[in-house]
Design a protein around this ligand. Structure first.
Ligand code: 1HN
Length: 348
């Protein structure tokens, strides 16, 4: 376990022993125990930022090189610089920037992986989830829970870009991934737009409807207009020293997270507000929806502006400072860790 000096013949005997048992796929725990059970999290993921001003032109260039249909999903993956080749932004989460051009369709499919979208740029696109379309507006938080059919299209006249967040590394960890293509590129509309929000999203549910807390919500769009109204409306009251004014998105039927594997949050930090440092075990992806500021993550510091995405690895201290009134969206694997009794937070 520790690098102690031991007699040379004993060191040789051990090395020879490890070689012999290695042939039987055996390995001594005492050589790896410290790394296996660290006193506190040692994430491989690094703090990082993707500035929209820098990446936008590359997303648009992808639009000239491949169609949405050929790509199936035209996405530039936001790969954590310390996890290259893993298609991960944290150990448990995937994120990417997806582009859909006017007239294009991203064909219908479904998979075990759950997805969330946060609309960043452009207007006129839609996502259809299990037979209902929703128009994508900037700041809207849209979900496609595990095994729901989903396709996207752009009926407008400008490129539309959104952030995708998926639980791909979690599903990969469990080797539990399934996927299926639909016969038709675009789903038939089974219900009019807005139907799910009217039935499940207005503090009411159908009279015979019951859900368990592990089931995803039937509400698959959380319009930014509503989120913004709430945040602005409460922003004049006393701010929490660590979070400003921060709300979490819920399944309105249960109070649980919208989907079992990913939790999502929105917060407002008034101009000049600085949060007290805080860390938690859920590595978290942040998106700046409005305003600008500075994020101190561990021993690094990043200036962020509108539409920038930054990642805070597990157990890294985070301190946010708003240069103007700032609204941040964020998501993480918090509901998984909470269900397993693993989640911890430390406020300083
Ligand atoms: C997917 O289905 C979407 O539906 C986006 O937009 C990104 C990344 C990996 C696997 C499936 C989408 C994805 C994805």
């Amino acid at each position: 376990m520790h690098a102690k000096t031991i007699p040379e013949d004993l060191a040789n005997a051990r090395a020879e022993f490890y070689r012999r048992i290695g042939q039987l796929s055996l390995t001594p725990l005492w050589e790896v125990l410290g790394a296996l059970v660290p006193p506190s999290p040692r994430p491989t993921a690094a703090p990082a930022i993707w500035r929209y001003k820098e990446v936008r032109e590359h997303v648009m260039e992808a639009g000239r090189l491949i169609t949405a249909k050929e790509a199936e999903r035209r996405v530039l993956i936001l790969e954590n610089p310390a996890l290259r080749g893993n298609s991960s932004i944290t150990q448990s989460l995937y994120a990417g920037l997806q582009l859909i051009l006017p007239g294009e369709v991203a064909p219908a499919h479904r998979h075990a992986q759950s997805a969330l979208r946060l609309v960043l740029d452009g207007e006129g696109a839609y996502t259809a989830v299990d037979g209902e379309r929703t128009t994508m507006r900037r700041g809207d938080f849209i979900i496609t829970p595990s095994w729901t059919w989903h396709d996207h299209g752009n009926l407008g006249d400008e490129p539309v870009v959104w952030l995708d967040g998926l639980d791909i590394p979690i599903v990969r960890f469990f080797d539990a991934g399934f996927a299926e293509h639909a016969r038709q590129d675009s789903q038939q509309a089974l219900r009019p737009e807005g139907d799910a929000l009217l039935r499940y999203g207005n503090n009411m549910v159908p009279v015979d409807f019951h859900q368990t807390s592990s089931e995803p919500t039937k509400v698959f769009v959380y319009p930014y207009a509503k989120t913004r109204e709430s945040l602005l409306g409460i922003s004049e009251s006393d701010a929490d020293p660590h979070f400003g004014h921060k709300l979490r998105y819920v399944n309105p039927s249960t109070g649980a997270s919208p989907m079992p594997t990913m939790g999502a949050f929105a917060q407002i930090l008034k101009k000049g507000f600085e949060t007290r440092p805080c860390r938690s075990t859920d590595g978290t992806v942040y998106v700046c929806l409005e305003g600008e500021g500075k994020a101190a993550i561990g021993d690094q510091s990043f200036d962020f502006a509108e539409r920038d995405v930054f990642v805070v690895p597990s157990w890294q201290m985070l301190q946010l400072r708003a240069a103007s009134d700032t609204i941040l969206f964020s998501f993480s694997d918090r509901p998984v860790q909470q269900a397993l009794g693993l989640w911890r937070q430390e406020k300083t």
